[in-house]
Design a protein around this ligand. Sequence first.
Ligand SMILES: *Cc1c(COP(=O)(O)O)cnc(C)c1O
Length: 455
Amino acid sequence: MTDILDTPVATPVYTVPQERKIVTAVPGPKSQELHRRRLEVVPPGVSSALPVYIAKANGAILVDVDGNQFIDLGAGIGVTTIGHTEASVVAAAAAQLHDVTHTLFTITPYEEYVRVAELLAQHTPGDFAKRTVLVNSGAEAVENGVKIARKHTGRNGVAVLEHAYHGRTNLTMAMNYKASPYATGFGPFAGDVYRAPNSYPYHDGLSGAEAAARTIAYLEKTVGAADLACLVVEPIQGEGGFVVPAPGYLTALQEWCTAEGIVFIADEIQSGMARTGEYFASSHFGLVPDMVLSAKGIAGGLPLAGVTGRAEIMDSAQPGGLGGTFGGNPVAAAAAVAVFESIESNDLLAEAKRIETALVGGLTELQQKYDVIGEIRGIGAMIAIELVQPGTASTTKAPNSDAVNAIVSYATQRGVLVLTAGTYGNVLRFLPSLATSDALIADALSVIDEAFAQL
Ligand SMILES: *Cc1c(COP(=O)(O)O)cnc(C)c1O
């Protein structure tokens, strides 16, 4: 295994110039040809938000097969948080490829898995003994978190919140708020999942204490605390539209869970791994969850996910009850070790705060010009704007998904890739990699400004 600490830290050298450049119509002819081939062999259930086929990626830039260069404000939904093809991650994964690619940790173990578990124990909130199970995807982490909480408590109930997103497997389909497109027609669904109101300050106007009281009262009435194994919460909701709960909401829920013997599971799959300027977003709220789920940003683009929890909870699963063929793959685990090292050695938590300043500053100027921008919210490099119908920002806040779609399409044509979110599709979310310079953010926002002007 490559010891990253032995490698001198250098200023990043980019293999692709960090600039936007459009040389064909978008999508270009080669992307269109690939799209034609894809339609023959890939079902429409796997859709693509943006029709450009990518040939190369580096830093904050994606290069498509036609030679167009895009500023990537999505980072594969918050996966390449430390930048596309970041040199130390590539080096660590390449070295690992030569040493060992697979043994199966549940047969013959290896150090990289143990190292990732040590790093997660160190960097997740809470100063107590922890254990980590590594798996392949976010949804698989959610499934394992619920499995372990059920075993530990001897209870079945799973509580989730409105506007939540937890994945596309059978259990997680039942845990999502939105039926379409994630669940429609794919039943029967897992039982014993209960959905409570969340804290959504822009719409409910409640304080954290009031919103928590509402969530708790709902769960006490409709399930009863004694039947709940776990409460699964995204500290900042991802697909739901970067909904940041009111101060005090999450800690009030944690206190209730602790008092009632319910396992509090923080789904930090999108909000974790330095994205918000802390290793995990829970820390912004003083929250110390019993279990933390990580995935997306953990391995710089390689598939890996983790379930990290209090030792006494995690130890309740029987030997052989947890695992899977590819879980904690050595190459993905080596990449994750490099990601942790890079966060430290390049002070990426500070970079996330820099990006917040640049994005919120620029978006605030846009909000003064365009009254469809109802709210700017988020923390670190996880910032969103919620778009409303003209003239409704101080009244009904009626969702405006048409504006979101028009802006995404305009920006794509001009070399800026931006993602949507929100239960009503009326949120634009910015999840740039931490390698995105202030100059690139300013350039991207100038395109978004034009897009708003065209509405
Ligand atoms: C993406 C996501 C998941 C699912 O992760 P996959 O790797 O796509 O299975 C679960 N929870 C949250 C908060 C996510 O953002």
